[in-house]
Design a binder for this molecule. Sequence first.
Ligand SMILES: N[C@@H](CCC(=O)N[C@@H](CS)C(=O)NCC(=O)O)C(=O)O
Length: 235
Amino acid sequence: MKIYGDTKSGNCLKVKWVCDKLALPYIWIATDIMTGGSRTLEFLRLNSAGQVPVAVLDDGRPLSQSNAIMRYLARGSALIPADAYQTAKMDEWLFWEQYSHEPFIAACRFDMLYLGKPVSDLDSAKVKRGYAALARMEHELKDRRFLVGDALSLADISLLVLEPADHANGPLARFANGPNGGVYALAWHVVDPQATAARLADNHTCRLTAEPVPAGSHYTHELLLDGARHWFVKG
Ligand SMILES: N[C@@H](CCC(=O)N[C@@H](CS)C(=O)NCC(=O)O)C(=O)O
C-alpha cells in the first residue's frame, strides 16, 4: 500500500498512526501540498479533491478522507469496537471531528505550521471554535482515558492534537495541563516514539529526545520530524 501524505498534516498523521499501531506495511509518498504536490494530474486521478491523505491499495484502488482510510485499515482490529453501539459512538466522534474540530484546530495548525503565522494573526473565530472543541474533549475525558468505552479507538486517534513546540505558548497550549494530561496524553497510546523514529529515519530527518522541554513545561518528550518539532506528554 502507498500513502500519499504530508507529515505536517494531522489528517495524514492519523492514517500513519493507524498503520504504525497495527504494523501495516506501507510506502509513504511525501506530498508537499504547498508546492502543488496534491494538484498534479497524477495526484488528481487518485483524489479529484486534490487533498492528502490518499491511500492507494496494493491493487491500485485509491481511497481518500482520513477517517474513511482509518476505518478501512483498522477493520477487524481492536481499534474499532466490536459492539455495534460502541462503533456508532466512535463514528459519532469521527463525524464531530470533521465538522467541529478539524476545521478549526487543523486550520490554526496550518496557519502556524505551514504559513508561519504568529498566534496573534490567527483567525480569532477559528481559535474560539478550536477552544470550544478542545474544552469539550477535556470535559469528556475528565473521568476516563478514552473517548469510547475503556479502550483506544479510532475516535481517540482522530482527535489527537499535536502542538508544535514553537507554539507551546499558543492558543491551544492551555489544554496541555488538563485532566489526565489533557488530550495530548493520548498520543502515547498511539505512537511508540522509538519505533516511529526508526521507521521514519529512512525517509525523514527524525530525532527523538527524552529531555524535559522546556523548563516548567508540561511536556516530557520531543519528536523532531522534518524539522518540525512535536511535543508529547507521556500519558
Ligand atoms: N476531510 C479531509 C481533509 C483533507 C485535507 O484538508 N487535506 C489537506 C491537508 S491537511 C490538504 O491536502 N490540503 C491541500 C489542498 O486543499 O489543496 C480528510 O480528513 O482527509
